[in-house]
Every structure is written in C-alpha cells, then in structure tokens.
Design a protein around this ligand. Structure first.
Ligand SMILES: *Cc1c(COP(=O)(O)O)cnc(C)c1O
Length: 410
C-alpha cells in the first residue's frame, strides 16, 4: 500500500498546493473539515492588517485599504465556488446568526404558511435557531417539524413554508440531493434554505442552476478562513427585493453614512449585513479565498473521493474494517469529503491517534470522523495514518486513562 500511495502522490496534479499551507511538521491533519489549517498567505495578511493597516494607517484604512467592502469582496471570491452569479453572496456573522436572518426573512415571504421542516440529525445549531424563532414568533407563526433524512420527500406539502437542509450530514457525511429536493420543494411552493458548512470548498456546487432560494455556510472549515472566520450567506437574485432580514443594523442600510434615523434597506445582498465587519478576521479570510482562483473544484472532488476510497482500502488491508465499521455511505458519490467510523471508544481512539500525530475528531455519541482536504492531504498521509490507527487498535492503547478524559471541545 505504501508503494501505491507513493505512486499516486507522484501522479497528483494538486500536490503542489500543499506548499500554500503552513502545516506543522510531524502532523497529519485529517480535521480540515472542522478547522482548516493556516494558509501561508493568510499568515502574511494577518501581519499586514495588524501592523500596517491598523497599526499605521488607523481609521483611514476603512477607505485606504477598503475595509468597508470586505464582506462584498469575500462574497465575490466565494460566488464561483458556489455556482452563484455575482452579487448574491456576502460574508458576515456566523452560520447560526445568518440562519436566523434568512429563516425570519423567508418566513415573512410565505404568507399563511408556518412550518419549517428540517432533519432530526441536522447540525444542532440549525435546529436550535428554528426553536428560537418558534419561541419568539409563537407557534401560530413558526412551527418546527423534524423528519428523518429518508422521509424528507414525504413531508413536503402545500402547508410547509421552508425546507431547511444541510447538504452534508456532519456525522455520517451523507449527501442530500440538492437539485431534486429543491425542485420538489418548489412544486409545493416551499422556499429552500441550504446549509453548506461541509460542502463549500470541497463539493462542486450549483446554487443558481438548482434554483436554491437561500444558503449559508462557514469559511473556517474547508475554506481555511481561520478560527471563527465570518460565515457567508446566499440570497437568490429573484428574492433580493422582497427579502428583508430582521436584524436591521446600519451596515444593511441603503446609505449607512447619512446616519438617517429611519431604516431603509440596501437594495442588494448587502442588506443582509448587520453591524461592523470583523476586519482582521475577514482580511485573513480574503487572503485564504484568493487561493481558490486557480483551483478546479471538480478536481478537488475527484481527489477527495480517491483519498476516501484509498483509506477504505488501507483499512481493509490492515484488517480494521470489522473493529471500526463505517457509518458513512459506501458509495463515494453519496458522501461528502469525510469518513465516519463507529466505535464505543471513538473518543479515546481519537485522542490516542492525536498522540501519534494524526489529528481527526470525535462526534458524539460514537463517531471517529476523518476529513479529507485534498489541497494538502497526500495518499502517503492516509497510509501513515492508517498504520498508526492499526497499532492503536492492536495494542489497545486507547484504553490508557489519559485518553479517556473528555475535554471541553471535542
Ligand atoms: C460547523 C457547522 C455550523 C457552525 O455554525 P456557526 O454558527 O458558524 O458556529 C453550522 N451548521 C453546520 C451544518 C455545521 O457543520
């Protein structure tokens, strides 16, 4: 397997991209789906923004270094990756806050309809936000309905206001069919909101072609924007005039610097902004997004599938398949850029793996999750990681007490 890994790395047309990242030595990073590593360009931009722009140019930087248009510029960098024409994507806030804005705004467009359908095992914040809106507006205006991933189609009818779905399940990696579900929702007059947290930067997306109404996503996972980097939101052009989001802050005003005492929404996706952008974070994000201009996302997807399949082959070769059964779909076209394995000691196994220099993550209750970021992961990384895992499983080192204690963030 080692020879095969080496051969495939030599043939890898994306191998040169690894040099764009400041990865620590002796570390195999299989957690880029949770927090993408530091791009070299982002590190340089952080220094420039802090020392030069903030340090020397102070408040003049809003104009001199165009801080004020960072949310729009980051949106422009993202649009091609999302399959979106310009002027529909903007960066701001977090997924959670952006979902609140989109769901409230979308509900207001659906007179007489109250139901928001989502999946039971959606990422919890998506569900919590709907619960919060239900509490705020009352059940006569917002009603959360959760269904199993396999029962989405059956739940769609003319009473439903919004279908809120995450394209890639954060535990299993199962991918929902965006084109089909969006079309089916539209047949019932339902608006769609897609969460692209585990899609953006790793799956080819076609928001415009799929006629998606609204979408959110984060930039600190596969897009390497840095811890807590601002999220993005997509508002389809056809909704731009009617859609009004409820957190009507000054940055979404048509003319923020007239300091008018009444709110007039901006007639563009900029209306989705609320307050002052987090300039340092968004500048770093912009540097990370610039990397994508010459990356072919279809090639990224291809390598991601190959890495996943190669890992499954390695696991089989090392006889790990029975002890660590796959919780992800077996068909690579049905899963995102990750593999999930089930084990009662998944947390401790993950800790023991980290001690061996392989960073993956654990998702409650029993999932060992491995993410593949094709820009910097090699086939040799996968083989080395699997060998380390075999040693841990064989010697049962995960039973050692130091690997049992759960930390605050898992
Ligand atoms: C990571 C993730 C989030 C994170 O939301 P934030 O508000 O940005 O913290 C939301 N949804 C999904 C599906 C995620 O995977």
């Amino acid at each position: 397997m080692f020879e095969e890994a080496r051969r495939r790395d030599q043939q890898d047309s994306m191998a040169d991209k690894r040099a764009l990242f400041a990865l620590p030595e002796n570390c195999i990073y299989l957690d880029g789906n949770s927090l993408g590593p530091l791009p070299v360009a982002a590190k340089a931009r952080a220094t420039e923004v802090v020392e030069q722009q903030w340090g020397n140019d102070l408040i003049t930087s809003w104009n001199k270094h165009s801080w004020i248009t960072l949310p729009q510029r980051c949106g422009e960098h993202l649009a091609p990756l999302l399959g979106a024409k310009a002027d529909q994507v903007i960066c701001c806030d977090s997924i959670s806050v952006n979902l609140f804005k989109l769901l409230c705004g979308a509900l207001a467009l659906q007179h007489g309809r109250t139901k928001i359908i989502t999946t039971t095992d959606n990422f919890p914040t998506d569900v919590y936000i709907v619960q919060g809106i239900q509490q705020l507006l009352g059940e006569e205006r917002c009603q959360l309905i959760t269904v199993d991933e396999t029962e989405i189609e059956a739940a769609l009818n003319d009473d439903v206001a919004i279908l809120l779905l995450t394209q890639v399940n954060f535990r299993t990696g199962n991918v929902l069919n965006m084109a089909k579900l969006t079309e089916m929702a539209h047949q019932h007059g339902i608006l769609t909101v897609w969460d692209l947290a585990h899609s953006a930067g790793v799956l080819p997306l076609e928001l415009d072609n799929c006629q998606v109404d609204f979408a959110v996503g984060c930039t600190y996972k596969y897009l390497n924007g840095g811890p807590g980097a601002p999220a993005f939101m997509y508002v389809a052009e056809r909704h731009e005039n009617a859609f009004i989001q409820p957190i009507t802050g000054w940055m979404g005003h048509a003319t923020p610097f007239t300091f008018s005492s009444s709110y007039t929404p901006h007639q563009s996706v900029s209306q989705s902004l609320t307050g002052t952008p987090s300039v340092i974070s968004m500048s770093v994000l912009e540097a990370s997004l610039e990397m994508w201009s010459d990356v072919d996302i279809h090639q990224v997807r291809q390598k991601s599938i190959e890495l996943g399949e190669f890992m499954l082959n390695c696991m089989q070769h090392l006889q790990l398949t029975d002890t660590l059964p796959l919780a992800s779909p077996l068909n690579p076209n049905q899963r995102g850029s990750q593999l999930a394995f089930k084990h009662d000691h998944a947390y401790a196994i993950c800790q023991a793996w980290i001690a061996e220099g392989v960073i993956a993550d654990f998702r409650a209750p029993n999932i060992l999750r491995v993410g593949f970021a094709p820009l910097y992961i090699s086939f040799q990384d996968i083989w080395t990681a699997c060998e380390a895992l075999q040693k841990i499983m064989q010697e049962k080192t995960y039973l050692q007490p130091e690997y049992q204690k759960k930390q605050t963030v898992t």
